[in-house]
Write a protein that binds this ligand. Structure first.
Ligand code: IPD
Ligand code: CA
Length: 268
């Protein structure tokens, strides 16, 4: 890829370091001590350990930066304008079930803007990374969103709400959305990691992705991947994305509008 910035190198080094233990933990998934945070929402010992390693490595390299982390929450840095946004294992349910589709997600936020992001699946060893203005890459190969222009050829990803995630009303809204999209597309996938869903849109594997109820750490890195790969990212209403709002709609430039329109009509 084009020259990596020192910060991107720091992120990649931290993820590779954390992946050594994480792979070992995944191999022993059956023996893992799994505690329940809420229905169908697991926090594993591996999750916490991975976050600690990432935090330690990033702090060693950039002692002033703050953090927003899935497990430990907000840690203010002495630099008020820079922080790392970390999901140590996105796809925790897959991890716990022995499904090798999960990833670490690390983004750098500077002055409120995401300026770099990586999504790394330590099992497949696919490393997706992007920096502002530098394009998006998969293991050093430039990636771009797909160029499909018709809904009926398109494959979309989404996240299905589940017990404990989303109200009864939100579950019903989702059923309307999926009904509308399946009727006009080539298919819908639910692989269980929003970070990888976004990375796959960036790589042109999926033509688009939508989900609600997400957290900033699920999507911060994925959003810059898609944008740097040439895709559009908004909320489901088509407004500017706010990471905290948790609603995301992304697709290539041809399909962002028709996918959004299909979803918005279904939600009425
Ligand atoms: C989850 C995954 C999943 C999405 C959920 C997220 P976690 O993150 O990204 O795809 O549908 O909403 O919570 O819990 O595995 O880190
Ligand atoms: Ca997550």
């Amino acid at each position: 890829m084009a020259l990596r910035s020192p910060n991107l190198n720091v992120m990649i080094r931290a993820a590779r370091e954390a992946s050594i233990k994480l792979k070992r933990d995944y191999g022993e998934v059956d023996q893992l001590q799994v505690s329940k945070k809420g229905p169908a929402d697991y926090v594993t010992a591996a999750d916490i350990r991975t976050e600690k390693i990432l935090r330690g490595e990033l702090t060693k390299a950039r002692p002033d930066y703050g953090f927003l982390m899935e497990e430990a929450g907000v840690v203010e840095g002495t630099d008020p304008d820079r922080r790392w946004i970390i999901d140590p294992i996105d796809g925790t349910t897959n991890f716990v079930h022995g499904i090798a589709h999960f990833a670490m997600s690390i983004a750098l936020q500077e002055h409120g803007r995401i300026t770099a992001g990586i999504v790394f699946n330590p099992i497949s060893e696919e490393l997706f990374c992007a920096e502002l203005g530098q394009g998006a890459y998969l293991n050093d190969r430039r990636i771009r969103v797909s160029s499909r222009g018709a809904m009926d050829n398109a494959v979309f990803a989404t996240g299905i709400p589940f017990m404990g995630r989303g109200s009864e009303g939100e579950h019903q809204t989702f059923l309307k959305e999926i009904g509308a999209v399946m009727a006009v597309s080539s298919g819908i996938r639910r692989f269980g990691s929003a970070a990888l869903d976004l990375a796959f849109v960036a790589a042109g594997r999926y033509d688009g992705f939508w989900e609600t109820g997400l957290q900033p750490w699920d999507i911060a890195a994925g959003v810059i991947l898609v944008r740097e790969a040439g895709g559009l990212v908004t909320d489901i209403q088509g407004r500017d994305l706010r990471l905290e709002a948790g609603s995301i709609l992304t697709a290539n430039r041809n399909l962002h509008q028709p996918l959004g329109q299909t979803l918005r009509q279904a939600r009425k």
